[in-house]
Design a protein around this ligand. Structure first.
Ligand SMILES: C[S@@+](CC[C@H](N)C(=O)[O-])C[C@H]1O[C@@H](n2cnc3c(N)ncnc32)[C@H](O)[C@@H]1O
Length: 207
């Protein structure tokens, strides 16, 4: 009797329903070794879209110097795409050891942080990164909205990138009830941080 494999959508839907960090880590531990195969470019293009956006933000002649932090980095799919665009200095934060092992084996990242963000304090350096990027990880049951505060702390303050300071760039898939619910927390939190002068909204793109 053959075992029916879950679809990528079923795995992603299950992930947002996890109620504890321990459950979530068990989920990703079990998924780590089939993640890349299941989420090939025909199914999931988040990492490619993120790399295109970062390439738009960082001029080609600055990419080799720019420091990037990939948050909730999973198996390193974003770093692989960034490398194709000429980025060299990528660090990664990812709490699941099995996902991180695969990420480290890609060889595209320099410093890695096996820890959560938004839950207690991370050890990531402050005021360091030209771009902090998060792809498919800032949402329900994963990185809580408070993670944004730490991402902002990790970016370079003003006077870099044409005087604007570093960027925090978040990519998320629209349209599921979980994402819509999470947006009700994310948007006010982002607005509050802007009112406090912690960051400035450069753009929101819905595609
Ligand atoms: C759907 S995967 C996305 C991985 C990668 N960014 C990609 O695009 O393939 C979500 C990742 O977020 C990580 N994650 C969950 N909660 C987190 C937290 N609080 N801090 C950092 N990463 C977290 C998970 O371990 C998982 O690897």
């Amino acid at each position: 009797m053959s075992k029916v494999q879950p679809t990528p959508l079923q795995m992603a839907t299950a992930a947002v329903k996890m109620t504890t960090s321990e459950q979530l880590m068990n989920h990703y531990t079990g998924w780590a070794h089939s993640y890349d195969q299941m989420l090939g470019p025909e199914t999931y293009i988040g990492p490619q879209l993120a790399a295109e956006e970062l390439a738009r933000l960082v001029p080609e002649d600055r990419r080799a110097q720019a420091r990037i932090l990939d948050v909730g980095a999973g198996t390193g799919k974003v770093g692989i795409e960034l490398k194709k665009k000429g980025f060299v200095h990528m660090d990664a934060l990812e709490p699941c050891r099995e996902m991180m092992d695969i990420l480290e084996a890609t060889g595209v990242y320099q410093n890695t942080f096996t820890e959560f963000i938004g839950i207690g304090k991370t050890t990531i350096p402050q005021k360091t990164y030209d771009v902090v990027v998060v792809v498919g990880s800032l949402y329900e049951g994963h990185i809580p909205v408070e993670g944004l505060d730490e991402m902002i702390d990790a970016t370079k303050p003003g006077q870099v990138m044409g005087g604007e300071g570093g960027y925090v760039v978040n990519f998320m898939r629209q349209g599921t009830p979980e994402v819509e619910k999470f947006m009700l927390k994310l948007k006010p939190h982002a607005d509050q941080l802007e009112a406090k002068g912690r960051w400035k909204k450069v753009g929101v793109d819905v595609g």
